[in-house]
Design a protein. Structure first.
Length: 209
């Protein structure tokens, strides 16, 4: 019995690690991370082959976007923004920035540590100001109620920098890469309210959560 419990614990730990990067759909699993090539499309229902080889079928029920590469000149006041920061040698360093053209919904402005790395903070807000500085730009990001507002220097060489451009279900085609977190409903069917797809040369960019 003890060995069975130990084996079960080891399996659960392995399964959790795999799920963080792209797990297959399994009975009893509420959320499935999808990253792979689309195999077929029926309206807004997508069947994709996940990175682990499993087939995942889910419906896109919300926004469909592509991750379009941008330069620092794209950053401007008024854009909704997500950015990750960490402290290195007493200085706040930006590791990821992405923007979107639509207004962030009330209640979704937030600052939180990443689940995958609590030393990294994710800021969800709106760009209030941008000015050039040596080696990049200085950007002020505001949040609801003024709490956790932050001013950061975004370097020219920031590792991840893109804009979420809205796409439509009509653009979905077999062979395109798709990325989503699909949630299982009461009937067991998977749906995702936010789906990222390949568009031109722009592929979905996975970011840590």
């Amino acid at each position: 019995m003890r060995s069975s419990i130990l084996r079960a614990g080891l399996f659960l730990g392995l399964f959790t690690a795999v799920a963080a990067t792209g797990a297959q759909a399994a009975e009893g699993q509420d959320a499935v991370r999808v990253y792979g090539a689309i195999q077929s499309v029926e309206g807004a229902t997508i069947t994709a082959r996940n990175e682990d080889g499993s087939m995942v079928r889910f419906s896109a029920t919300g926004r469909i976007v592509s991750n379009q590469p941008i330069g620092l000149e794209f950053l401007r006041p008024g854009l909704s923004v997500a950015l990750d920061t960490t402290m290195r040698e007493g200085k706040m360093v930006v590791t990821h920035v992405h923007t979107q053209g639509w207004e962030r919904a009330p209640g979704t402005f937030a600052t939180r540590p990443l689940n995958s790395d609590p030393s990294v903070t994710r800021h969800l807000g709106r760009i209030a100001a941008v000015e050039p500085v040596a080696g990049g730009v200085r950007m002020r990001v505001i949040h609801e109620g003024g709490q956790s507002d932050v001013t950061v220097d975004v370097p020219d060489a920031v590792p991840i920098l893109y804009h979420n451009r809205e796409e439509t279900a009509n653009a979905l085609r077999p062979g395109m890469l798709v990325m989503a977190t699909a949630n299982r409903g009461d009937g067991g069917q998977l749906t995702s309210g936010f789906v990222t797809v390949e568009a031109g040369t722009a592929k979905p960019i996975p970011i840590p959560d």
